[in-house]
Write a protein that binds this ligand. Structure first.
Ligand code: FES
Ligand SMILES: [Fe+2]
Length: 429
């Protein structure tokens, strides 16, 4: 249970709020790079700030305030020109630092007016298919090279990036990452209940949790679980999987490694990325070559047209429990049980980091700009999936019960694998 005041302190992300200032210490992904291929100008809202992301004609990325300082039109309708972004209304031109470079119809030119017209501009960097921005004060820290950001695509290994805006506060999404037992219920018994009602085959249920464990490590928290039928030698118990503080969960298994990255849009909306790497057997490499021609980005649909949540993917089930807790979960009326020990640990860690940030003390995962090429290995058990693992003949079909159902690359690969199996079964022996 949290008193409302503390709940506000932990959850709100506007400028000047404790958690908002903490988030402003990190490089945050604000879009997938391929999103700018079709339209080089994209409005984004991050930490309650309305901004525009663009790629200039010179190929440089910029992230600037959305409101034009001339007469307030939206720069989301601006267009890239030379070194920057030009407002559609009267053509004022801004660069990535937010400096106004030109005011075309101002005669004679007024350096003072031009200076007054500078807007907010934030540093932006592209890494591994994502565009990261730093919304904080002062020099940006080093951009952490999480292990998956260093992988290269090849004939058996490929990437895709799903995204969605989740209409709730970021903290309840993160808290779910410290809640191992929900896998047994939400993605297990409840999933089977909904499948049965839809007349579909139930999934294989993972065993009941016997114990759960959480380890504080230098980049966050590792969560571990031991289920009926497992021994303490199992990867689930020995290795587990991590949360990289404050906003990234690494999860996967059976050839999938993924980062679930949560970036607050504002207090009551969260931009969620599913940054996925698939590694399939060599015998499917000819099919991987085909699907790599397809887009590597996709929108994830979590709700039906009537606003109810889809219950046929792990990730829409998760979104249902995140969002139905309310725009910002009211934690004064909760009743935490022993299965919530990871949530309590994360709240304590978050409180400590908020305190440290306010006291100008070092904060977890904020790196000295000089440590640029630091690769951060995040350990993860290799078989965990929580819904029975991958099916035998088609090693990627089980992923279609996740948000990957919307991935052009993965759905195509699954179909191609099935088609080949079907053809092989027709060949007389
Ligand atoms: S409102 Fe943007 S140039 Fe006039
Ligand atoms: Fe879940």
């Amino acid at each position: 249970m949290l008193q409302p005041e503390l709940n506000e302190r932990l959850s709100r992300v506007g400028k000047g709020t404790p958690a908002g200032e903490l988030y402003r210490r990190y490089w945050l992904p604000v879009a997938a790079a391929a999103e700018l291929d079709e339209n080089p100008v994209k409005p984004v809202r991050i930490l309650g700030e309305d901004l525009v992301l663009y790629r200039s004609e010179a190929g440089e990325l910029g992230l600037v305030a959305r409101k034009c300082p001339h007469r307030g039109a939206s720069l989301a309708y601006g267009f890239p020109d030379g070194p920057g972004l030009r407002c559609a209304y009267h053509g004022w031109l801004f660069d990535g630092t937010g400096s106004c470079l030109e005011q075309p119809n101002q005669e004679p030119a007024s350096p003072r007016l031009r200076e007054r017209a500078s807007i907010t501009g934030y540093p932006v960097r592209e890494l591994a298919g994502l565009i990261f921005a730093y919304l904080g004060e002062g020099p940006a820290p080093a951009l952490p090279l999480l292990d998956l950001f260093t992988l290269e695509e090849n004939d058996t290994q490929f990437r895709d990036i799903g995204s969605a805006i989740i209409p709730c506060n970021w903290l309840q999404i993160m808290e779910n990452s410290f809640d191992p037992t929900h896998v047994e219920w939400l993605h297990g018994k409840y999933f089977n209940y909904t499948l049965e009602r839809a007349g579909e085959e139930p999934t294989e249920l993972a065993g009941h949790h016997i114990k759960i464990g959480f380890d504080l490590v230098d980049y966050g928290i590792i969560k571990r679980r031991l289920r009926e039928g497992q021994t303490e030698e199992s990867e689930d118990w020995r290795t587990g999987h991590p949360v990289y503080f404050p906003h990234i969960l690494k999860v996967g298994g059976y050839g999938l490694q993924s980062l679930q990255i949560r970036v607050p849009v504002d207090d009551t909306n969260t931009l969620h990325f599913w940054y996925c790497w698939f590694d399939v057997e060599e015998k499917f490499s000819h099919l991987v070559q085909q699907v790599r021609q397809l887009p590597d980005i996709y929108d994830v649909k979590l709700q039906n047209d009537d606003g109810t949540f889809r219950m046929d993917t792990i990730d829409s089930q998760d979104a249902m429990v995140w969002v139905t807790q309310g725009p910002i979960a009211s934690r004064h009326d909760e009743n935490l049980s022993s299965s919530d020990q990871g949530i309590a640990l994360f709240r304590t860690l978050l409180r400590k980091q908020l305190d440290a940030n306010e006291a100008d003390e070092p904060v977890m995962n904020v790196y000295d700009p000089a440590t640029e090429s630091n690769v951060i290995e995040l350990p993860m058990e290799r078989k965990e999936l929580g819904f029975g693992g991958a099916s035998k003949g088609n090693p990627v079909s089980a992923f279609l019960r996740t948000q990957s159902l919307y991935s052009p690359r993965l759905t195509a690969l699954s179909k191609l694998i099935d088609a080949e199996a079907e053809q092989a079964s027709r060949v007389p022996s």
